[in-house]
Design a protein around this ligand. Structure first.
Ligand code: PFF
Length: 455
């Protein structure tokens, strides 16, 4: 297929919703609220917004430029823009990161399907706090149930991706993103109207600047990368399907705003409800699958129908958020195989789905019957999470920033950002400065901190 007759998104709204769909995911719902609650509430939110504006959005624009200019998958993109150099390894690392993230992310995404069923059949009713823990452990330790849901989730992702960009990814995002926003709003309103909810909002939103230290700053940057899907060519791949008149800075700004708004709303769902029933919310998957079902049960259990409806809504919300992210991860690898190995899109997608099913099942088993097999003290699931989120994404972000700031011809950067001079971009110089100096230094900081090299 020639570069000119490559598939493309059909509308501006489609571009924004698909990119925001990639960004909005499980990361917004379990990680952001907890980080905020623990790191000074509104003070953390302000630092986070600073990171999104100062680093997240500029790097997103850089990924958009690389993708749209090359009109190729993320590995080929560097070969086109920097022929004969080692930059192609940045793209290849992104493809590998996408494959690994998709494998373990789908495990948790699959759990959301089991929990929709549990919520719908009112199985949370009457369980004690220990009962929720036991039920979760017995589910994740089950030899085939989590694997079954993982396969279902990956097949759903697969069938959207094989339908192509406009009919598959764009259409699915246009249906799922508004549903997701509606569910978020309904759940947030229900949560803040619970008795005693005010304390939860206060905990989340009261700024406590005494808690802002270097750790918080670096934590906020790491969260911004993961949450905005940066550093592995996901948005670069999507941008290769953008039209020539897509306004790259404006799209990046919209995606950053939607992603942040969803994260804050998730906090407004979780904290007021948890405080209202006196349960301390914790981090990670256990928040979503142990603490929150308990919170919903206690908060709304007096009205079983309401408890059922709201908890079903919550798990549907999670499943939608996860699905719009998994399709973006799948697309990175599918586009790569399709274009680099001249196989049909269908065949490429099946290879990705099949590979992720195998790897995902191994990850899933590593949390259950294979718990005692560890590598570097981590289960395979934790290892994949660590290697991708803490090493590959920041490293990818660092290289993308250096590539756009130092290597790429400024004429190309300007042409793409301004749509060949047709848009006025007043922040262009600041953007170049950030890409050249601010992001590389900041990311190097995250890296050193996350890997504990300072301690
Ligand atoms: N941004 C997604 C989330 O917040 O859950 C996770 C993710 C998706 C990370 C796609 C990276 C990526 F390329």
């Amino acid at each position: 297929m020639g570069r000119n007759d490559r598939a493309s998104f059909g509308s501006k709204l489609g571009v924004i919703l698909a990119s925001a769909g990639s960004a909005v995911g499980l990361g917004n719902i379990w990680r952001f609220p907890f980080e905020t609650g623990n790191h000074g509430g509104a003070a953390f939110i302000l630092v986070y917004i600073g990171c999104v504006l100062l680093m997240g959005i500029p790097i997103m624009i850089a990924e958009f430029v690389i993708g749209r200019r090359s009109r190729a998958n993320t590995a080929r993109a560097y070969q086109i823009l920097a022929p004969g150099t080692h930059w192609r390894w940045v793209g290849r690392m992104g493809v590998l990161a996408g494959f690994l993230i998709l494998s373990y992310y789908s495990v948790v995404a699959g759990w959301t399907l089991e929990f929709i069923g549990e919520a719908a059949t009112n199985s949370f009713a009457g369980k004690t706090a220990d009962g929720f823990i036991a039920a979760f452990n017995s589910f994740t330790g089950h030899p085939w149930r989590p694997a079954l849901w993982l396969v279902v989730f990956l097949l759903a992702t697969h069938f959207i991706v094989v339908r192509g960009i406009e009919k598959g990814i764009e259409r699915a995002s246009k249906i799922m993103m508004p549903m997701l926003l509606l569910l978020l709003l309904i759940l947030a309103v229900c949560s803040v109207s619970l008795p005693g909810a005010g304390k939860g909002i206060e905990f989340l939103l009261r700024p406590d600047f005494s808690k802002v230290n270097g750790d918080v700053l670096l934590g906020a940057m790491g969260q911004a990368f993961y949450s905005l899907s940066l550093g592995m060519g996901c948005l670069c791949t999507y941008a290769s399907y953008f039209r020539n008149d897509t306004n790259l800075p404006k799209t990046a700004f919209s995606v950053g705003c939607i992603d942040t708004a969803v994260a804050v709303l998730a906090g407004i769902i979780i904290f007021p409800a948890a405080f209202s029933v006196g349960i301390q919310p914790d981090a990670g998957p256990s928040l979503l699958f142990i603490t929150l079902p308990n919170v919903f049960q206690q908060a709304f259990g007096g009205l079983p129908v309401v408890a059922v409806v709201l908890s079903v809504m919550f798990y549907v919300l999670l499943a939608l958020a996860a699905l719009t992210s998994t399709i973006s991860l799948h697309e990175v690898v599918t586009a790569y195989l399709h274009e680099e190995f001249s196989m049909t899109r269908n065949r490429a997608a099946w290879l990705v789905t099949g590979g992720c099913i195998v790897l995902g099942i191994v990850c899933s088993l590593s949390l259950g019957i294979g718990k005692e097999y560890t590598l570097f003290g981590m289960t395979l699931f934790d290892l994949f999470d660590f290697v991708t989120a803490k090493i590959m994404l920041p490293a990818g972000g660092l290289f993308i920033s250096l590539f756009a700031g130092w290597y790429l011809d400024k004429k190309i950067l300007w042409e793409e950002i301004s749509n060949r001079g047709t848009l006025k971009v007043s922040v262009y110089r600041i953007l170049v400065f950030i890409l050249k100096f601010v992001s590389p230094v900041a990311i190097a900081g995250i890296f050193i901190n996350e890997l504990g090299l300072l301690k």
